[in-house]
Design a protein around this ligand. Sequence first.
Ligand code: PAF
Length: 277
Amino acid sequence: MLVIQNLSQLRQYREQKGSIALVPTLGNLHEGHLSLVRHALNEGERVLVSIFVNPLQFGAGEDFERYPRTLEADFAKLESIGTDAVFTPDLSMLYPFRQTVLIRPSDLASDLCGVTRPGHFAGVATVVLKLFNLARPEVALFGKKDYQQLFIIQEMVEQLNVPVRIVGIETVRDLDGLALSSRNSYLSVSERAEAPMLYATLQDVVQKISSGKDGYEMLCEAATRKMRDKGWQVEYVTVRDSDTLQLPEQGCNRLVILAAVWIGKTRLIDNIEFICD
Ligand code: PAF
């Protein structure tokens, strides 16, 4: 596996033959990332994974400093599944100047996770566009666990005519249902034991809606209460139109339920897409 550490190496790699499928990551890779890479192997002739903990998407007081950096272990995992190349830029490579030009995503960026993480999606969109401009992939893959992020990147690509095809990949879960996330490693043993309740609670709401219950708001409020009773802090639980991420209009049947909660000092997000006939 080729390790690309600077822009001239990236240029050389780019100029070789074969379409590039890019998997942008923050590193600390788990099965969720590896699933993106496995799908990428079918999408492009060459698979490039980027590992960069992007300061621009972390707010003041967030976990930028303590975000797990596990480069050697990440390389071993990527190599074992046939990744072609990994790009590990440092800060000065992606941000040689103070970044005064930013992508401003649509208003959706200040909804859902954007309510408590102002500027987060502008930081994500900006670094993703930089990676696209540097690596010039034909296709890029992102996990559906970060549903709002995927949506915002798709919007950016469509509205700015960026010639990259975006592919969303299903969330990978532990056997008990907890969505894989690098932040799961922050959970204590007892927090980890109760964390699957997030997915279970969302599943319960989906099941109620699918069996004919309406009043999405009331169902989400009940789910919120249930998780608060556990001592969790709930940022939101909401049912949205999965095509627009707006509140569903009458008759909309393509839905997604999304949630963000804090278990102790760990913020977790999850979602389930579903069709309700
Ligand atoms: O989802 C992530 O890991 C990050 O937000 C991304 C897309 C790599 C941008 O830094």
